[in-house]
Design a protein around this ligand. Sequence first.
Ligand code: MEV
Length: 307
Amino acid sequence: MISATAPGKVILLGEHAVVYGRPAIAVPVWQAVATAEVAASGAGCTLVARDLGQQWRLAEAGDDQPLALVARLALTALGLPPDPDWTITLHSTIPIASGLGSGAALSTALVRAIFARAGRDAPPAQVSAIVYESERIYHGTPSGIDNTVIAYGAPIWFVKGQPPAPFRPPQPFTLVIAHTGIASPTKTTVAAVRAAWQAAPARYEARFDAVAALVTAARGAIQRGDWPLLGMLMDENQALLEQLDVSSPVLERLIDVARGAGALGAKLSGGGRGGNLIALVQTAAAETVAAALRAGGAATVLVTTVA
Ligand code: MEV
């Protein structure tokens, strides 16, 4: 049995504006992972999505099925037959439609498992390019940041259309990630921002530029280990996300809870209108902030160290 994994992710700053060519920073979350296992079978290729209780025969699934598309692209890239005698079982601890990149992580684990089964290395750039094709089905017009951070498994500075710049922060920092309990597909919020941008392009471009400026400032703050400044920039990013109309009362209430419990800054992360918020915390305060978010009604809370 061959298996491969991929992490979840959060966007630290810059979501939505990144779709319009502005920079964003994303980090992997290893507390929630997707796994793909390949076992020999006698009857063509079957993909089994254990958590969804669904399975597909690869030979019969269309290219509108993201996992089937990814499997097919990986097999083609490797020059393998289109329907090998494999059962590929997929499993994930990443909540679906939460902004943690569940779809991209499953696809990434799947590609890696196929490459591993073929005895081949899976270079992050190639994995990311294959997974991007499935992101287009999940997300409509994705920037590519989710598949990139997940394939590289490292914090990244990302600008659409440019090679990603993975980096290691000189000092680790701690995030608390809290799920609102409200599923919010990224596709929906990305489409809503697009419609609003089309209706008022100058206003939205100015907001995207403001996001770009603070993402750039955040890169400097991370390099200097200036966590109070990074927290402040996250708060400013949240204010701009509210102006982009992708926040929600539940997100804002939980963000206030995190700030009130001592977070240095907090914002929604990913598509918004539900899904996750993230809070930057001093490591010693992580449990206090996490407990406050749980008491405040967050559905799940994770603490992760970005290193
Ligand atoms: C989703 O994780 C981030 C968004 O900016 C969409 C994208 O970049 O494709 C909301």
